[in-house]
Design a protein around this ligand. Structure first.
Ligand code: GKR
Ligand code: MG
Length: 425
């Protein structure tokens, strides 16, 4: 049995474009945490998760107590991580990511941290046994995992010119269609999700209609992160419901989602009102959600994602996959777990095409809108130590960017901006 001899946590800051959402805009740099687990066989496994201070604190404490434990003792990670969480973490800053990812609680925080250690353990175990992670999860049922092109309203550049990329602004239906065309040309995506809640629903309805015209028959999704009232959601469903594969979190909360469902019959997906196991019973009982967007980070890892899949299957609820800003380690983990869930029948979300940097030596390539499932041992990716070092240096140099804050970033352009309360429309 392999034993863990060292667990290392490295905070980094990665470039991020000025992507707009219902609460504000992305900062030029966003934090991620990279986890390495070394075993007494001389093998190292890697994992990745959120990097904001709350996550980093728990990750560092969990790393300290891992040496000496069996590599396979992954089911004990949650209890270990919980025991490290001593201080209160419910101080809510002005930018509250709960507005994008649902309830903010310790369970989700701990699960998000645990996920990176579980993935790193699976990677190390795979390298030790010569098996790819999908084999450790029971074996893949598909060789390629489909992703949807994740469209954002965006500015061409950040106000101070930091972290530039080569994308144009997209602030109207034409800009959104141009962005989708580039995604289709460069990555082969055959379905699109538009991050909404940025402009009044009528403008976003026009963007969906423009996409449907430019890409006939492509599955489309619109996600305002709970930014609409029930009435606005019903209006959107009536206008473009038949063009959408699903509406994602049109309105915040189970009661509102259930009402939209009842009044429109629209298929509703969520990564906001069902984000922990405890939120499942009420939402399913009220038919508030027809598709759950799993996210192995905040559901607690790859095994937990399979548990969620079993629950969804039991209740006849669909499963798709949510994404936040992430790098190639997480993309590899997402692809392995998606490959082993038979009824994950929707294309997954991924922010990865927006990132210009990575910490793996050979970043993935999307072809035909999909990522090939790796059969190499472990995750099938290698850490690029130079890149990790450089991005960690940036983290050291930029304490102002160590916590995601879409409200502060928006205030640089609109000095009076405060976090909008939901519903915004
Ligand atoms: O990155 C963003 O702006 C997204 O809005 C993200 O934070 C959400 O969690 C996510 O993409 C979603 O599907 O809601
Ligand atoms: Mg969403």
């Amino acid at each position: 049995m392999s034993r863990i001899v060292r667990a290392t946590v490295t905070p980094i800051l990665i470039s991020d474009p000025p992507l707009l959402n219902v609460l504000g805009v992305h900062q030029p740099y966003t934090p991620r945490t990279i986890v390495e687990i070394e075993t007494d066989d001389g093998v190292t496994g890697i994992g990745e998760t959120y990097g904001d201070t709350d996550y980093l604190d728990v990750a560092r404490k969990l790393a300290d107590v891992l040496p000496g434990r069996d590599l396979t003792s992954m089911n004990g990670l949650y209890a270990l991580a919980s025991a490290t969480l001593t201080g209160a973490t419910d101080e809510v800053k002005e930018f509250d990511p709960a507005g994008l990812r649902g309830t903010r609680n310790n369970e989700k925080l701990i699960r998000s941290v645990v996920s990176a250690f579980e993935v790193a353990s699976l990677d190390a175990l795979g390298k030790t046994t010569g098996l790819p992670v999908h084999c450790l999860l029971g074996g893949k049922v598909r060789d390629r995992v489909d992703y949807s092109g994740y469209l954002f309203y965006r500015w061409a550049e950040h106000p101070d010119g930091e972290a530039p990329d080569d994308w144009d602004a997209a602030l109207d239906p034409d800009g959104v269609v141009r962005q989708a065309q580039r995604f289709a040309d460069d990555y082969g995506f055959t379905s699109f999700k538009l991050k909404g809640g940025v402009f009044a629903p009528e403008e976003e309805i026009a963007a969906v209609k423009a996409l449907a015209k430019a890409f006939p028959g492509y599955p489309l999704r619109l996600d305002p992160n709970g930014g609409w009232s029930v009435e606005a959601s019903v209006r959107v469903a009536e206008e473009v419901g038949d063009l959408l594969e699903y509406m994602e979190d049109p309105t915040a909360g189970v009661a509102g989602m259930a009402e939209v469902r009842e009044r429109t019959g629209a298929v509703l997906a969520t990564n906001m009102c069902v984000t922990t196991f405890g939120e499942v019973p009420e939402a399913f009982a009220k038919d508030a959600v027809q598709v759950v967007l799993s996210d192995h980070h905040y559901w607690g890892g790859l095994h937990a994602t399979r548990e969620l899949a079993a629950l969804c299957r039991t209740y006849g609820v669909g499963l798709s996959m949510h994404s936040n800003t992430h790098l190639g380690i997480s993309l590899a983990a997402m692809t392995h777990v998606a490959s082993v869930i038979p009824d994950l029948s929707y294309a997954c979300d991924s922010h990865r095409p927006w990132q210009t940097e990575d910490v793996i030596t050979e970043p993935h390539r999307f072809t035909g809108g999909a990522i090939e499932v790796s059969d190499a041992p472990g995750l099938g990716v290698e850490l690029d130590r130079d890149a990790l070092g450089a991005l960690h240096e940036r983290w050291l140099a930029r304490p102002d960017m160590r916590d995601r804050d879409d409200v502060a970033a928006m205030r640089k352009v609109h000095p009076d901006w405060v976090q909008p309360s939901l519903p915004r429309w």
